[in-house]
Design a protein around this ligand. Sequence first.
Ligand code: FAD
Length: 443
Amino acid sequence: MQALVGAEVDLLVLGAGIAGVTAARRLAGRCSRTLILEAADAVGGVAGTFAVGDFRFDYGLHCFFTAFPHIEKLLDEVMAGRHARRPLTEKVWHRDAWYPYPVTRNLAAYPADVIGKALADLPQGPPSPAGDAAAASEAAVGSYLAHEFVLPQLRKYWNSDPAGLPAGVARAGFMATADEIRAGAVQGLDDPPTRSWSYPADGGFATYVAGLADGLPIRYATSATRIDPAARTVRTADGQRFHYRHLVSSIPLPRLLAMVDGAPPELVDRTAALTFTSVRLVSLGVTAADTPASWVYDLDPRVPWFRATFPGEYSPGSVPPGSAAIQTESYFVGTPTTGDDQHADEVVTSLRRRGLLPDSASVICRDVRTVTCASTILHPAEAPAVQTAIDWLSSQDITTVGRYGRWDNAKFDVVMARTEQLLDGRPVVTAEKGSESDGAQRS
Ligand SMILES: Cc1cc2nc3c(=O)[nH]c(=O)nc-3n(C[C@H](O)[C@H](O)[C@H](O)COP(=O)(O)OP(=O)(O)OC[C@H]3O[C@@H](n4cnc5c(N)ncnc54)[C@H](O)[C@@H]3O)c2cc1C
């Protein structure tokens, strides 16, 4: 592969997240000159890492686990011993204490009355298909577990009424069948692909993407603004123009479609109306934290965060010696109802109230930022517009890849596998334990 000379390239890739990097790696051997344009000043995208003082944080909890052996092998090779497999510990606040998460796989650890009510209420036989996430949850785990745990979780994670969410997202809330729930009431269940996970020894989660991007030509702080598919050019915010032979984009589908000359206005409007959650992160460097697990969930609607993670627990190098770190994730659709400062104050107060930030500990530094497009919400009626948009872009020789380019909520490893398959022209796998809609909430 040759580095870029001038503004003529064989392969132009938009975005240096895991999808863009995987695409460039996959096609680089088939293209003489490759270039990735990245709007930010570092690799990683949503799987990136940022610094706050001497502390390092990811854009929300990121851990690596995969059911694809070749992806596991690739990351082992790239990391060359610089990442470690860890046991997964997750807890959720219930009544007045932390319990193993999710309840549906760990019922045995809960108070006797919770076990009794949950088992008495479990559905008999396979659940009948349901049209929305609330009905699907009740059909799968019964009314008691649904109303006590699953629906509060869905409400908080999707910031929406579960009755208005597609049934596909429900599984991320319950994560077990009725038979598994019964088994988990005897002894907590093991869950091989997700019970242990990997994380870089140093440098945060972005180290995975940086390792995979090693040697690829990337132009940072370069935001694509306009694409002319007839002339095969991409214009950027700083006034540059790039000619390409092949164009692969990993930027969010609605944003991409809106920048392509000649895109049908009705399709632009339909994709612009697609919904998604954003996540506001409060990242705190603190003198000490009390950590019941690698990360914890709080489903109480009055608590201003859904998940709190403790980066020092799984990446000691991300935290200066003698201190600790906490990051909270609060999901919203549209615009948040409080300003960043007020939100951060409320987060700190709630962390103290839950005992995660001891009264004796002080905050060394704090940062508030938002990932604008976190999880996509795809209602069945909107799926045809997504497919039509992907097909129209393909007719213009623009290939879309990635979680937001395909609007499919795939997690990190599935983005890698799907991007490879798409570019190799092989049929793309359907998600098994791969997307948030079909799998664990923790992705
Ligand atoms: C809160 C959260 C937690 C998650 N946790 C996990 C987890 O634990 N495990 C897991 O496997 N997966 C997890 N995921 C999913 C994982 O982060 C994504 O699957 C993956 O990072 C998506 O990569 P991508 O390349 O498709 O998209 P992105 O990372 O969004 O990459 C797109 C890139 O395009 C760039 N870009 C955008 N617009 C332009 C433009 N106009 N010009 C140039 N560049 C542009 C962006 O800056 C970005 O770098 C999580 C996701 C979220 C939101």
